[in-house]
Design a protein around this ligand. Sequence first.
Ligand code: GRF
Length: 229
Amino acid sequence: MTYTPFRIAVLISGRGSNLQALIAAQQQGRLGGEIVLVASNRRAAAGLLRAEEAGIETLTLDPAAHADRAAYDAALFARVAAARPDLIVLAGFMRILDPAAIAPWVGRMVNVHPSLLPRYPGLHTHQRALEAGDALHGASVHFVTAELDGGPVIAQAEIAVRAEDTAESLAERLLPREHKLLVASVRALAQGRVRWHAGRVELDGVPLNAPLQLASDGELHDRDKPGAT
Ligand code: GRF
């Protein structure tokens, strides 16, 4: 029997620490899939170097070389599609996507976002959580739909907000949790345990009532069910 890996394309714009977490998990056999392409809208994205060091194919496409967002996104997603991914991961990809580019990938594209969605879609999430006086902050992995940061949430990682926190300290404390959250979510998707069905997230064929939670063991847990998932 031939082994067919679960193919993953990752889109980035910058640092690429989430990408690095995915690469490390793959190298340690914990990802359940293979990153076949890393694409960026910025040539200077440090994440591209991380991918190259890991021997992963990279691609940079400059938005300035395209007429408009629709033309850029069509070109980008044509190139990404050519890599035949089973899943596209937006890992710090800092562009709003054209709905026409998203449509064919609904249910097969996820994003990691630094807030407990539906709170704080968009930018400056840490500052907004502080200003609202939230006791809990966190990160979410969600399916991408045409609504910005608005698709069904697969899983979340929570952290407690401390009295002395700044936006920077929150971001710093959240980031390692975010990395674990993304790896665990991609693994669950690669294993086929988590799926999109009819606009909802299913775990093992059962629609989720609430996002899965990242536990301290790095695994995702279903709040509705005691024990590990
Ligand atoms: C992360 O905080 C991610 O949630 C947000 O952008 C940041 C990207 O960081 N969308 P990195 O490039 O993965 O280091």
